[in-house]
Design a protein around this ligand. Structure first.
Ligand code: UD1
Ligand code: UDP
Length: 377
């Protein structure tokens, strides 16, 4: 009899990174896969489901405007209890470090259901940064039965913490699988034209042949004064570097929307956009000069397009990117942001190669490996 495997996600990055796993599971003869969204995100999740043609079996539709961690945690735990009891999955697959992933693991544990964790073992070893993700992922590790780690350093983190090597598999990061599949779509002329047309209401597309910086930022631990500080630095840079355009698809969180619109909204060379569907965002990644972001996924993806990144965080769990020499940790420190901006700008103008080391995040076959391992367990 086929085993029931429940794939569970709630936010944009989880869906992007689980899309290739879902696609492999659908091909598997050993599993009946069921897809559940908690709906921690709404519009931003729908964009991903559409691009990857993911059909969800159940949407718990939990998102509330400006939700706090209690809202998401309590509502998810309560809803999942009944859903798990009804479905009775053999295994639940979660991804990363969101509150959806943590609470879905906790609910599975309470009902003694096995948990498979995709993108396990990432650590900053600072429980306040990223907040609450560092603690979410450590809790998930304690609960999970199968740990799919993207890199060797992530495996070493788990082994150092006392997890059994027999339950850990190094697979690469599934984000590379997703990105490569979308990159192939971008070779189609009709798709490219559609994307370019979608920009026309926002900015003249000639901008894309100029120097551009792509920006994304949304981390909870920076909300308030620190986030404003970073935005002020970006404002000063944009005012000085008038030969650059700054393209910023703004996360829908009101704690992000409000200060970004207030501080950057009126600058001529700053283009604020709504969150972009994955295909369009990836297209912009391929076109930009470099990136400023605090996103986890973007630190992994930018290698594929050979775009350096300034990471506006104090610590990163993606040290592989720093070591590979294409990511620079700048936090919210004005001097660091400014000096690294200047350095990257200069090196790009000299055609410096930031990408001499192999991609630390894998070869695009992570999902295949994960599903094969699950089939053999
Ligand atoms: C969440 C995750 C974070 C992940 C990020 C990816 C937690 C605690 N945080 O943070 O780890 O990196 O997603 O983007 O799990 N909103 C909308 N529409 C959407 C999505 C969000 O309006 O489609 C607004 C809502 O007002 C919502 C708010 O953004 O209440 C915050 O969403 P939430 O999921 O709580 O936090 P994120 O900052 O998105
Ligand atoms: N992304 C997207 N549209 C955007 C901005 C980002 O599709 O407008 C993608 C990006 O390529 C990456 C993922 O969303 O795969 C990252 O999501 P986010 O930054 O929200 O979360 P994190 O990775 O920090 O958890």
């Amino acid at each position: 009899m086929k085993k029931k495997i429940l794939v569970l996600f709630g936010t944009r990055p989880e869906a992007i990174k689980l899309a290739p796993v879902i696609s492999e599971l659908k091909k598997s003869k050993k599993f009946k896969s069921i897809i559940c969204s908690t709906g921690q995100h709404r519009e931003m999740l729908k964009q991903v489901l559409d691009i990857f043609k993911i059909k969800i079996d159940i949407d718990l539709d939990l998102m509330l405007p400006n939700q706090n961690l209690f809202d998401i945690s309590v509502n998810t735990l309560e809803k999942l209890k009944n859903y798990y009891l009804e479905i009775k999955p053999d295994v639940v697959v979660v991804q990363g470090d969101t509150t959806t992933a943590f609470i879905a693991s906790l609910a599975a544990f309470y009902l003694k259901i096995k948990v498979a964790h995709v993108e396990a073992g990432l650590r900053s070893y600072n429980k306040m940064s990223p907040f609450p993700e560092e603690v979410n992922r450590r809790f998930i590790s304690i609960i999970a039965d199968y740990h799919f780690v993207p890199t060797l350093p992530s495996m070493n983190n788990l082994i150092t913490e006392g997890f059994s090597k027999q339950q850990i598999w190094v697979t690469g990061n599934t984000v590379i699988d997703s990105l490569l599949s979308v990159k192939t779509l971008l070779t189609k002329k009709s798709i490219k034209e559609k994307i370019l047309n979608s920009f026309k209401t926002h900015f003249p597309i000639e901008i894309l042949s100029k120097k551009t910086v792509l920006i994304t930022m949304h981390r909870r631990e920076k909300f308030g004064a620190e986030f404003i500080k970073i935005l002020e630095v970006i404002r000063r840079i944009a005012t000085k570097y008038l030969d650059y355009y700054f393209i910023y698809p703004v996360h829908l969180n009101p704690n992000v929307q409000k200060p970004v619109t207030k501080i950057l909204g009126k600058l001529k060379n700053v283009i604020l956009l709504p969150p972009l569907d994955y295909l369009t965002f990836v297209f912009l990644m391929s076109k930009c000069s470099f990136i400023i972001s605090d996103s986890g996924g973007v630190q992994e993806e930018c290698y594929v397009f050979r775009k350096p990144i300034l990471v506006t965080r104090d610590v990163t769990e993606r040290n592989e990117a720093i070591k590979a020499g294409y990511a620079f940790l700048v936090g919210s420190d004005e001097k660091k942001i400014y000096s690294k901006f200047k350095m990257v700008d200069k090196k790009i103008s000299q055609n410096f190669d930031f990408f001499t080391k192999p991609n630390p995040f894998g070869d695009g076959r992570a999902a295949k490996k994960i599903v094969k391992i699950l089939e053999n367990i």
